[in-house]
Design a protein. Structure first.
Length: 464
């Protein structure tokens, strides 16, 4: 697998100018126009209109939303919420902040380091040598030691406070003592060497990181070093998952016309990897009334349903949305698998993402609609689109974009088999999904790639 770097930008190609926005608006836009294209390893930026290739032809009977437009619509819907609702930032303990986005600057609460410290094990020395060595050494975590006088040295440990009036730290491997116990340097001693002076990294009040920064493990370390116990962050969007279908088993092997529920176990960790807090997972069967009550009674930011988005006898999502007066923002997408997916505004500050019931089609819906919606609500940086050449031909749909699981090998993407709408075998082995334009892609043709959260470098590996 090729190593990937964190990318920032707008995968829809609909970036906005954030220069004149306030902090909240800048966070809501997730700095969608803040990065240059990733160009390492022969990868090239994806064009902004992936999903509509030269093989596409007009189709009067196919009126679903084009794939790039659907993703842009989901991001715009989230931006409308963040601008109107002004979701209040939350104070989060460091242990719980991984994967969140800073809602306030991270300013230094102290000088770093807050006192002169030794960068090495050795001796703190004053003036030119040789030096008389004190009996008492200096260890990290102890009070300030007594000052040194010229010609005096004291044993010191890495991270310990340097005694006042010390002029340098002599490394253990660069000093030796004679028969009288006097310390001699085996190489030149430069004034200030191996001393980390107070404030070398920052001064109290310096801005260490701006709002909009994704909280990574390194950010947590910096915050702790700077004296923080909590961080002010954008809250995770809360998601209720509603699993539909009378045919689903929650344990055991398929039997008697029943199949195992694959989406119930798969969706919650996937949604968490996209930055959400999963507040409920409910299995409702095919009851229209149970679905209506669950949707009407939810106070989550986003509701995700599985199945029931087509027009079959037990496909209740559309009728229920009409019954509660929801606004359909996306009703079908020109993408395979997953074209019956939908996005609706159910309340002023609540949306519903309707995923198809087939597992790989549901994954397509996650990456098409749920990912940009949740990412924008969470103010997380957008992954910048990139392309790699395909090693083999990828068959396409005559009019629709197609998402194909691939593995990354060197500087190319290898399409995987078992990529039918009901199959998870391909995506389970995949590093990414290739965006195949209408008509398909030939070997060697560049294809836009969508990294899977756990396969891309960065905070997406957090599932909790």
């Amino acid at each position: 697998m090729t190593a990937r770097s964190v990318r920032t930008g707008d995968p829809t190609g609909h970036a906005e100018d954030a220069d004149d926005l306030d902090v909240e608006e800048a966070l809501a836009l997730v700095r969608e126009d803040n990065g240059s294209a990733h160009t390492g390893g022969h990868r090239t930026p994806a064009p902004p209109s992936q999903g509509s290739g030269p093989a596409a032809k007009p189709d009067a009977h196919h009126r679903a939303t084009p794939w790039p437009e659907a993703r842009a619509t989901a991001a715009r819907a989230a931006r409308a919420v963040t601008r109107s609702a002004r979701r209040a930032p939350v104070s989060v303990r460091l242990d719980d902040a991984l994967g969140l986005t800073l809602a306030a600057p991270l300013d230094a609460l102290t000088d770093l380091p807050s006192f002169d410290t030794s960068a090495m094990d050795g001796w703190a020395v004053a003036g030119p040598g040789p030096w008389a060595v004190r009996d008492e050494g200096v260890l990290a975590g102890h009070a300030e030691p007594a000052p040194l006088t010229d010609g005096e040295a004291a044993r010191i440990a890495t991270g310990a406070r340097v005694p006042p009036d010390a002029t340098a730290v002599l490394r253990s491997e660069h000093g030796q003592t004679d028969e009288k116990g006097r310390l001699h340097a085996t190489r030149e001693v430069v004034h200030g060497q191996d001393i980390r002076p107070r404030g070398q990294e920052c001064r109290s009040g310096d801005q260490l990181l701006p709002p909009g920064t994704l909280v990574t493990p390194a950010v947590l370390g910096l915050a702790a070093a700077a004296g923080y116990d909590t961080l002010t962050a954008v809250p995770r969007p809360r998601v209720d998952v509603l699993v539909l279908g009378d045919e689903l088993l929650i344990e055991g092997t398929p039997r008697d016309g029943l199949i195992r529920d694959a989406l119930g176990p798969m969706l919650p960790p996937w949604l968490r990897a996209l930055g959400a807090e999963v507040t409920a997972v409910r299995r409702l069967g095919d009851s229209a009334e149970a679905l209506r009550k669950a949707v009407a009674g939810s106070d989550a930011d986003v509701i995700v349903t599985t199945g029931g988005t087509a027009a079959g006898p037990v496909d209740h999502v559309h009728p229920i949305l009409a019954r509660i007066g929801a606004e359909l923002l996306v009703d079908g997408v020109k993408v395979r698998p997953g074209h019956p997916m939908l996005l609706a505004r159910t309340k002023e500050n609540q949306h519903l993402v309707g995923l198809p019931g087939n597992p790989l089609a549901a994954v397509s819906g996650l990456l098409t609609l749920a990912e940009p919606l949740l990412r924008t609500l969470a103010a997380r940086p957008a992954p910048e689109p990139y392309t790699l050449p395909l090693s083999n031909e990828a068959h396409g749909h005559p009019y629709d974009t197609r998402l194909v699981p691939v593995v990354l090998r060197g500087d190319s993407a290898v399409p995987l088999h078992y990529n039918g709408p009901a199959m998870l075998r391909g995506i389970a082995a995949a590093d990414a999904l290739a965006v195949v334009p209408p008509g398909g892609a030939r070997p060697g043709q560049e294809a836009e790639l969508l990294d899977l959260p756990w396969a891309s470098a960065g905070i997406g590996v957090c599932f909790t």
